[in-house]
Design a protein around this ligand. Structure first.
Ligand SMILES: *Cc1c(COP(=O)(O)O)cnc(C)c1O
Length: 387
């Protein structure tokens, strides 16, 4: 076996990605000598950090085909999702009282909608098909005269499926409903174009694209003239939508991460496709009965959810200590019980419990893939023998 492998092997790229060294390099000056407040407009300390932030804004925008003025910096995708959903609902609720989302969304989306229900909005939670994709017919039927917003994630964080964004966008445009997408797992992984896909609002997270934690962005289509009630009030930064001093280091880091992703996304995607085939092919060959969750093709290659019938997931996870994997979403790890995402696909509870999410990404090597395949096959075989 290869000796240059560091254990445990990082396979939790959906929970977070390591910081790309090129991103860190871009951030360093703003953590040291360039410390000015970017909102100080009367001297060079402020100008140089303000310039860095505007440059970063352009880099974030360019990744998704937006204009720089359409990007609002936030603390992460959680805040972006909160601002999009709550901000819009609170501003428009006198005119439109209904919103639509999907059962398999990230908790921060579902909880934002639940909070708006408590404030009097009505919300439709669409089911998904067994492959994890939204049923467009059901979406069409859910949109009514009172519908303000449709929110559908771009890529699912547990099973990696890609929702049909262009079709959803076209439908929302036709019905004159705003379309928000949580693109935390998609930005920098698949080509996204807010204009081609008719997206009005898009949430991005820094630490899911090899950037720093604690920064994200919300794209808001200028031509749609969206209005929000801000969640954070204060000095009026970010057009009054998100007050508070911006962090030049974090913004520059997100910008650099988006620029690297824009350059390398295609080649990286091809390499990950190859590693996906190598990993999934290897495990499915070596573990009869194992199941890949989610649509076979409409997916990103880096997110691999596998169920192992007949096994106890917690026991398997404990046996896989050489692999830094998880049983599902990191944010739900504290909550016992089967994943609500897998249950929405119709995966039965016992099988949902016997599921591991394997994440591969920018720094995954072929040697690590081979080691991981061997480890999974060996441990599953041992557990099956013991059972
Ligand atoms: C990670 C993640 C979030 C939360 O992003 P933060 O930047 O950590 O707040 C939201 N949605 C999805 C799909 C995610 O994967």
């Amino acid at each position: 076996m290869t000796t240059d492998i560091q254990l445990p092997i990082y396979m939790d790229y959906q929970a977070t990605t390591p910081l790309d060294p090129r991103v860190l390099e871009t951030m360093m000056p703003f953590l040291t000598t360039r410390f000015g407040n970017p909102h100080s407009s009367s001297h060079k300390f402020g100008w140089e950090t303000a310039d860095a932030i505007e440059r970063a804004r352009g880099e974030v925008a360019a990744l998704v085909g937006a204009g720089p003025k359409e990007v609002i910096f936030t603390s992460g995708a959680t805040e972006s999702n909160n601002l999009a959903i709550k901000g819009l609902a609170r501003f428009y609720r006198k005119h439109r009282s209904h919103m639509v989302t999907v059962a398999t969304e990230h908790k921060c989306v579902l909880e934002s909608f639940a909070a708006m229900e408590r404030e009097g909005m009505s919300v439709t939670y669409l089911p998904v098909k067994p492959d994890g994709l939204v049923d467009l017919g059901a979406l069409r039927a859910a949109i009514g005269d009172q519908t303000l917003l449709v929110s559908v994630m771009a890529v699912n964080n547990e099973i990696g499926v890609i929702q049909p964004l262009a079709e959803i966008g076209a439908l929302c445009r036709e019905r004159r409903v705003f379309f928000h997408t949580d693109a935390a797992q998609a930005a920098g992984k698949i080509a996204l174009d807010v204009n081609e896909m008719n997206i009005d609002l898009m949430s991005i997270s820094g630490h899911k694209v090899y950037g720093p934690k604690g920064i994200g962005a919300l794209y808001s289509r200028a031509a749609s003239r969206l209005k929000f009630d801000p969640i954070i009030s204060g000095g009026g930064q970010e057009g009054g939508l998100r007050s508070g001093t911006l962090s030049p280091a974090l913004c520059a880091g997100l910008g650099a991460a988006c620029a690297v992703a824009a350059d390398e996304m295609e080649a990286e995607g091809k390499r990950l496709e190859r590693q996906f085939d190598r990993f999934v092919g290897g495990v499915l060959d070596g573990v009869p009965g194992a199941v890949l969750n989610g649509h076979r093709d409409r997916r990103i290659p880096g997110n691999i959810s596998l169920s192992f019938p007949g096994l106890d997931g917690a026991l398997l996870l404990a046996q896989l200590r050489e692999l830094a994997v998880s049983s599902g979403a990191a944010c739900a790890s504290a909550v016992a019980g089967p994943s609500y995402v897998l249950q929405a696909l119709g995966v039965e509870e016992r099988l949902a419990q016997a599921t591991i999410r394997f994440g591969i990404g920018r720094f995954t090597t072929d040697a690590e893939i081979d080691y991981a395949v061997d480890t999974v096959i060996r441990k599953v075989t041992q557990l099956r023998k013991a059972a």
